[in-house]
Write a protein that binds this ligand. Structure first.
Ligand SMILES: Nc1nc2c(c(=O)[nH]1)N[C@H]1C(S)=C(S)[C@@H](COP(=O)(O)OP(=O)(O)OC[C@H]3O[C@@H](n4cnc5c(=O)[nH]c(N)nc54)[C@H](O)[C@@H]3O)O[C@H]1N2
Ligand SMILES: Nc1nc2c(c(=O)[nH]1)N[C@H]1C(S)=C(S)[C@@H](COP(=O)(O)OP(=O)(O)OC[C@H]3O[C@@H](n4cnc5c(=O)[nH]c(N)nc54)[C@H](O)[C@@H]3O)O[C@H]1N2
Ligand code: SF4
Ligand SMILES: [Mo]
Length: 677
């Protein structure tokens, strides 16, 4: 039997069929009519089933006693979790608890986790991996445009005349979007500008490739605006009618002539001028970006600068234009939309707004909801290490591998009085847990995911949960009930969606019935609303678009004499983050079986290092051993390590310094050295 569902891996949100035979998933196949994937899948989509059957799946609850895990019944485990969390709340106060929600789980499950944190435990300490990912997008685009989501849609790529891609290795990380770009360039002659410190696959198709130093994005973006204003190539009518603060922007970018930008970024000034002219003079021009822009101590400034550039040229609020953050996890857009963030309820409604709190208090039948914004992921671990966070509940995240500066993260996990992990596998983080709750996988439950273009789509149950595992929404609801709260009982996830729609204006018109067959794009405020392919038509979500001038600030840690390389981290096509799923998929693991560091051949020659040799890479925070991969993809003086492999975890090295507003860590540059072993 084949059931139509949505891919569990990336934010493209491809449609796929899971094929089951005698209660087991045996294959995954593309959907021809799906509006995003149109009959294609990448290698992860084709193989998005093997891990479901893995013998390593968690199938029973586990409770730790004297350093060993013992199998337990659900009743015993759920009672223990509820009692212990209530006890910590009573003894140390609600804000000694924290919750990490999950961009791997459904919208309904994220909504329930934030309901549990806020309504039952009375804390706003709830966050998730968006903090490590697009937190700078959420605040940067909200400040400039009034909405922190991708402005346009994937299908609009087909009519675009230019793509400016920066900090996104699109063909590896959003493959089905990457192939749309390549098709537009090859079939229709669309222009492509790539700005990336690495010579990524897309550079082969680019008209202009600008290879800047890591962490210098504000400078080249200001430089492009300098040229555009000087040569009067900006959209004066648009700027006058639809934006505010132009004078301040103009004044600030005067300070970024191409000669100066070349010194900061290493981008040849003539190339920058050429790129500025081309982007400004092409009507249907789309900006696409991802982690190379967001994961910096200046991540928010980077995002605001791209928004400034797009508004200056009138490239927002029209089809095939816009500022398009490519969201990473299958449901990270949804986890943000549903309020798994410390400062907002679902639909970005602020916890500090009394009218909003009143609305949720009435609907949830609770006396009070907390008003002060809670802690972010990065702050939660800091406070845990200080002993101020005592209890942590993590659903579907693996911070013991994915957070920066792992030595400190692991100290924080050890210090906790009580840690609950709800996962499908025994992750590295689960090893620190007091209780491990086995969750059902995406193939074993109903729900919805929201992809990068705001498309809310169904996932559908194809088989029964493995062993005694349960869907996350049922587990959360059981915990709530055991804490004495009856307002968290549901027969079916569609009822949770009805509650979401009643409380969340951007999801107001969404119901399971209306999501057939391929979903709806929010904002969808009413039952008869068709959904919204692109945002900010005629006016910005916040009224006038705001130019926010951002001067260039250097990264927190730059190479020096001792740590002489600029180390950047990221991903490869074949693997998924901490590898819990992709390393349990034979084909993917065969293609990339272990850890490696990319190094330029010229650097290797100087250090007398050969292809495949083992080296020690170290930073001020730790060291790892891994093989060298020689490639001209990285610049001389730079290194790149995919962070997927626990045996040589890149995050032992990374810098935990954060952006002051978005609190996102600087994963994309720190100082490191390499030694032959
Ligand atoms: N195969 C696979 N796909 C994935 C994922 C995965 O784990 N595996 N994860 C998903 C998730 S959650 C996310 S967030 C996305 C991430 O998707 P991407 O952001 O595309 O992936 P990254 O490898 O983190 O790095 C992006 C690019 O930023 C560039 N870069 C590094 N430093 C800088 C800089 O200072 N400035 C600029 N402009 N660019 C820089 C890198 O060279 C790289 O090309 O991928 C999603 N898709
Ligand atoms: N050095 C470095 N570090 C980074 C980054 C980087 O570029 N460089 N990128 C950062 C970014 S952008 C991101 S998004 C994070 C990702 O960091 P994480 O979210 O911690 O990484 P994942 O491996 O995706 O973890 C997801 C977990 O969910 C589990 N899971 C899967 N399905 C389900 C389910 O249905 N229910 C439950 N309960 N669990 C499930 C998986 O087994 C896994 O343990 O990493 C960040 N870390
Ligand atoms: S592009 Fe993303 S959503 Fe599509 S099949 Fe590949 S991993 Fe899945
Ligand atoms: Mo991400």
């Amino acid at each position: 039997m084949r059931i139509l569902t949505t891919c569990i891996y990336c934010g493209c949100g491809c449609g796929l069929y899971l094929e089951s035979e005698s209660g087991k998933i045996v294959g995954s196949y593309p959907s021809r009519n799906h509006p995003v994937s149109k009959g294609a899948l990448c290698v992860k989509g084709w193989n998005a089933y093997e891990f479901i059957n893995s013998p390593d799946r968690l199938t029973v609850p586990l409770v730790k006693s004297s350093d060993n895990f013992k199998e337990s019944g659900w009743n015993e485990a759920l009672n223990l979790v509820s009692e212990k969390l209530l006890q910590i709340k009573e003894e140390y106060g609600p804000d000694s608890l924290a919750f990490l929600s999950s961009a791997k789980t459904t919208n309904e499950e994220n909504f329930l986790m934030m309901k549990l944190a806020r309504a039952v435990f009375k804390t706003n300490n709830i966050d998730h991996c968006a903090r490590l990912c697009h937190a700078s997008t959420v605040v940067g685009l909200a400040a400039t445009f009034g909405s922190g989501a991708m402005t346009n849609s994937i299908n609009e790529f087909e009519k675009a005349d230019l793509f400016l891609v920066t900090g996104s290795d699109t063909t590896e990380q959003h493959p089905l979007i990457g192939s749309r770009i390549i098709n537009a360039v090859v079939d229709r002659g669309a222009e492509l500008i790539v700005v990336d410190p690495r010579r990524i696959e897309l550079t082969k198709y680019a008209n202009i490739f600008m290879q800047q130093d890591n962490g210098t994005d504000v400078a080249w973006i200001n430089g492009m605006m300098n040229v555009i204003i000087k040569e009067r190539l900006y959209d004066q009518k648009y700027v006058e009618e639809r934006t505010e603060n132009f004078a301040e922007l103009k004044e600030m970018v005067k300070d970024y002539p191409p000669e100066k930008v070349e010194k900061i970024t290493k981008i040849p000034k003539n190339l920058l001028i050429q790129a500025a002219r081309l982007y400004a003079q092409t009507k249907k021009a789309m900006i696409l970006y991802s982690m190379g822009i967001t994961q910096h101590t200046t991540g928010t400034d980077n995002v605001k600068s791209l928004a400034n550039l797009a508004m200056l040229t009138g490239h927002v609020g029209l089809p095939s234009t816009g500022v398009n953050p490519l969201r990473g996890q299958n449901n990270v857009q949804g986890a943000c939309d549903l309020g798994a963030l410390p400062n907002v309820f679902s639909g970005y409604q602020k916890v500090g707004d009394k009218a909003v709190r009143d609305k949720f208090e009435r609907a949830w039948k609770v006396e009070s909801l907390p008003a002060d914004p809670g802690l972010t992921v990065t702050e939660i671990f800091k406070k845990a290490k200080e002993g101020k966070i005592k209890g942590l509940y993590i659903m579907g995240e693996n911070p013991a591998l994915s957070d920066p500066d792992l030595t400190q993260v692991r100290k924080a996990l050890e210090k906790l009085e009580f840690l609950v992990i709800q996962d499908i596998f025994m992750s590295e983080t689960a090893e620190y847990a007091d209780v491990v709750l086995p969750a059902a996988s995406f193939a074993e439950k109903d729900g919805t995911f929201t992809n990068t273009e705001r498309r809310v789509q169904r996932i559908r149950k194809a088989i029964e949960p493995k062993g005694k595992s349960k869907p996350d929404w049922q587990i959360l609801s059981e915990i709530g009930k055991r804490c004495g709260y009856s307002g968290i009982e549901y027969q079916d996830p569609s009822q949770i969606m009805d509650e979401i729609a009643s409380l969340t204006p951007i999801y107001g018109g969404i119901s399971y019935e209306r999501l057939e067959p391929f979903g709806l794009q929010w904002p969808c405020p009413a039952k008869e609303h068709p959904g919204t392919p692109y945002l900010h038509k005629d006016k910005f979500a916040k009224g006038k678009g705001s130019f926010i001038p951002c001067p260039y600030v250097a990264p927190d840690e730059l190479p020096d004499e001792e740590y002489n390389f600029a180390l950047s981290t990221g991903r490869v096509y074949w693997h998924w983050h901490t590898g819990t799923m992709s390393r349990r998929t034979s084909l993917l693991d065969r293609e990339v079986p272990g850890a490696y560091v990319e190094m330029h051949p010229a650097d290797a020659e100087q250090l007398k290092i050969k292809e495949g040799e083992k080296v020690e890479v170290s930073s001020r925070r730790g060291e790892i051993e891994l093989a060298v991969k020689l490639t001209k993809k990285v610049k001389e003086g730079s290194l790149f390590i995919p962070f997927h492999v626990r045996e040589a975890a890149a995050n032992v090295l990374t810098n935990p310094a954060i952006d002051p507003i978005a609190k996102i860590p600087e994963y994309k540059i720190c100082a490191a050295k390499v030694e032959k072993i």
